[in-house]
Design a protein around this ligand. Structure first.
Ligand code: NAP
Length: 466
């Protein structure tokens, strides 16, 4: 039986974060049958859409068209956006409990996993997440510097982020200038002297985390030859057996890298090497403490007691001279103030989206998680939809069961007054749409999808000037 729902007492839901998982959660809440709902979405940046703006590669504009769906969700009369408002700084968990029946944490995975090898923090060794945020104009990363005067770069890991980073390093100035990449990154990458890029996978092609379309694109670059060593894509018996049982997409991606291995470089200005069965052992520096080489241990594949295909060192090592290292071994969630966090897993402990007081513990009434902070940093944008539906189903079941705590002040005006008192430069969705229009207009003049504002000051200043 649905909870009685007089229209003057809507269900009030706060969503922290405004990436895909946040919007799919909002959509699912609005679809709740027979219930009036209002949603306040809070993001620490003035701009919404999380990794769609700050993570998706700037030369992959089509993927960003998903924003049209989020704009429709934001157009719901019960939706409000509070950008430039930070959870834990401008509003606390206790504040939100005062104004909302339920809080959904959708903060994603904002940092990177560590390699745990010597030298990974040397100057010139960066996380891929930093580089991606820098070239996408994330305000927190706009001042980062990457030494692109070096000739050789290693990208550790063979996931789609590694592929993005390697591909971006291969684009020509003309290709870069056609994107919505941050201006500072276009300027720096246009002057890049990088010639050899090596993507390093510790297991084989069958186990590689990249997907078919993404790896195929590496063979179609205008200014880089893709190079693969035949011996590294010849399948060992374990991989052959795994491939036999695998989905056709896995077979396709193995065929793609095997086809790459039969190519001879055509003399393009850059070479992009996709390596397998090499595990980074140590990053070493020169006398000035700057990255100069990486020691790799060659691996073979073995079955673990759980049946997973893992690596063991063969004893053979290799030294790869490089001036820049990007560690691309996965994202990791960061804890939120006063919200339970499972340090080992790097996420909010939860059961089907209900936040637990600790891993394996009991649910905290009225608290939910969705997206990467719920399940870990896996899957593509669309995977967040089902994930958010699961979380919202739990929330709605709790609402129906009457277990959501009643907020002391459920009126939307009272919460807005609190936020504006704490953060005068709070950005509404209408404000964002003005910024969006300005960015697109700036882009039109240059034949680009948009020219991004890359600092919070510039965004707030532009809004004040319009
Ligand atoms: P990922 O897919 O989890 O890949 C991580 C890679 O790092 C794997 O190859 C993994 O190898 C390797 N790795 C982990 N620990 C390592 C270690 N200690 N030494 C060497 N290698 C290590 O992570 P991601 O690339 O950050 O991507 C995150 C998610 O975003 C993925 O679901 C991805 O598909 C998605 N994404 C999608 C797109 C797109 O659709 N175009 C673009 C970007 C990202 P093992 O497998 O051996 O652990």
């Amino acid at each position: 039986m649905p909870m009685p729902d007089p229209s003057d007492r809507p269900l009030r839901v706060a969503i922290i974060g405004s990436g895909p998982a946040a919007f799919y959660a909002a959509e699912a809440v609005f679809k709740a049958p027979g219930r009036t709902v209002t949603i306040d979405m809070i993001d620490r940046l003035p701009t919404p859409y999380g990794l769609v703006r700050g993570g998706v590669a700037p030369d992959h504009q089509k993927i960003k068209s998903v924003i049209a769906i989020y704009e429709k969700i934001a157009a719901h009369p019960g939706f409000r956006f509070f950008g430039n408002v930070e959870f834990g700084r401008h509003v606390t968990r206790a504040d939100l409990q005062h104004y909302f029946h339920a809080i959904i944490y959708a903060t994603g995975a904002q940092t990177d996993r560590r390699l745990g090898i010597p030298g990974e923090d040397l100057e010139g060794s960066h996380s891929a997440t930093e580089f991606v945020a820098w070239y996408n104009g994330h305000p927190d990363f706009r001042d980062r510097r990457f030494d692109l005067s070096v000739e050789r770069v290693a990208v550790i890991g063979v996931g789609n982020v590694a592929i993005d980073v390697a591909r971006i390093l291969c684009l020509t100035p003309d290709e870069l200038s056609a994107t919505d990449m941050a201006d500072h990154a276009i300027a720096a990458l246009s002057l890049s002297r990088v010639k050899e890029i090596s993507i390093l996978g510790r297991r084989g092609p069958v186990q590689a985390a990249f997907t078919t379309v993404e790896v195929k694109e590496l063979g179609e670059l205008s200014a880089a030859d893709v190079c693969v060593r035949p011996d590294e894509v010849a399948l060992d018996p374990l991989s052959a057996a795994e491939l036999e049982a695998a989905r056709s997409a896995t077979r396709a991606k193995v065929e793609i890298v095997q086809e790459f291995s039969r190519r001879t470089p055509s003399g393009k200005p850059r070479r992009l090497h996709i390596r397998f069965l090499v595990s980074p052992h140590e990053v070493r520096g020169d006398a000035r403490g700057r990255v100069s080489e990486i020691e790799l241990v060659r691996t073979r594949l073995v079955k673990s007691p759980t049946g997973a295909i893992v690596t063991e060192p063969t004893g053979e090592t290799e030294v790869l001279p490089v001036g820049l290292v990007f560690r691309s071994v996965g994202y990791r969630g960061v804890p939120l103030e006063d919200v339970p966090f499972d340090e080992r897993a790097g996420l909010i402990p939860n059961a089907q989206g209900r936040v637990l007081d600790r891993a394996g513990g009991t649910p905290l009434a009225g608290h939910y998680a969705t997206g990467w902070i719920k399940r870990g940093p896996t899957g593509v944008i669309g995977n967040n939809k089902a994930d958010s539906v699961e979380t919202v189903n739990a929330l709605l079941a709790d609402a129906t069961a009457g277990v959501l705590p009643a907020p002391a002040e459920p009126g939307p005006a009272a919460f807005e007054a609190l936020v504006r008192q704490r953060q005068g430069a709070c950005v509404s969705f209408a404000d964002w749409k003005r910024l969006d229009t300005l960015e697109v207009e700036r882009g039109k003049a240059q034949g680009r999808p948009r020219v991004k504002f890359t600092s919070v000051e510039a965004m707030v200043g532009a809004l004040a000037g319009t």
